[in-house]
Ligand binder design. Structure first.
Ligand SMILES: C[S@@+](CC[C@H](N)C(=O)[O-])C[C@H]1O[C@@H](n2cnc3c(N)ncnc32)[C@H](O)[C@@H]1O
Length: 168
């Protein structure tokens, strides 16, 4: 349940209070970590069992995490606009969601995103191109946010692209 290194490595950029969103949160490793750092967190995933695990962990640790079951691809679950100081998306890609992610940030808010690139298909899963970024694609998808940090390549044995970007 350790947060991704890309998220931990940018901890100094995070606000000490405010609202955060963990998109496709799984069992909530980032949601719980952000809440421990003082943020009020909304965590969303379509997997009800994973959301139950997030709720249990948050309750046990008395952390401010609201965990919701929601399908982010069907259009049934809408992200609030200008609502979040931090949005974290790790190892999840649904390209049509980007406009809502960008709109979900408050002014000054940070998007922290990392997921697999095409090169990952040569190493293992995922192999479906729908879930794999093309070279330079993440940089384009976050326009017009201000890019604070960016990388692409092999990190922690995964081929990924990673960005930290700010809504100015
Ligand atoms: C590889 S896991 C990553 C989980 C988490 N972000 C992490 O880094 O630990 C991908 C997650 O995306 C979620 N997911 C996939 N499709 C989804 C959808 N349409 N709506 C919401 N969540 C979805 C899965 O249920 C799964 O928990």
């Amino acid at each position: 349940m350790t947060p991704a290194a890309w998220v931990r490595d940018h901890a100094d950029l995070l606000p000490v209070s405010g609202r955060a969103l963990d998109v496709a949160c799984g069992r909530g490793r980032h949601a719980l970590w952000l809440a421990e750092r003082g943020l009020n967190v909304l965590a969303v995933d379509r997997d009800a069992a994973a959301i139950n695990a997030v709720r249990e962990a948050a309750t046990q640790r008395a952390l401010p995490v609201a965990a919701r079951v929601g399908d982010l691809e069907s259009g049934d679950y809408q992200l609030d606009a200008a609502a979040f100081d931090v949005i974290v998306v790790i190892h999840y890609l649904h390209r049509p969601l980007f406009p809502a992610l960008l709109a979900g940030l408050r002014r000054g808010g940070l998007l922290i995103y990392e997921t697999f690139t095409r090169a990952q298909a040569h190493r293992g899963k995922p192999t479906n191109p729908d879930f794999l970024l093309e070279e330079g694609e993440l940089r384009r998808l976050v326009q017009p946010l201000e890019i604070v940090d960016y990388r692409e390549g092999l990190f922690e044995e995964r081929e990924v692209a990673s960005v930290v970007a700010r809504r100015s």
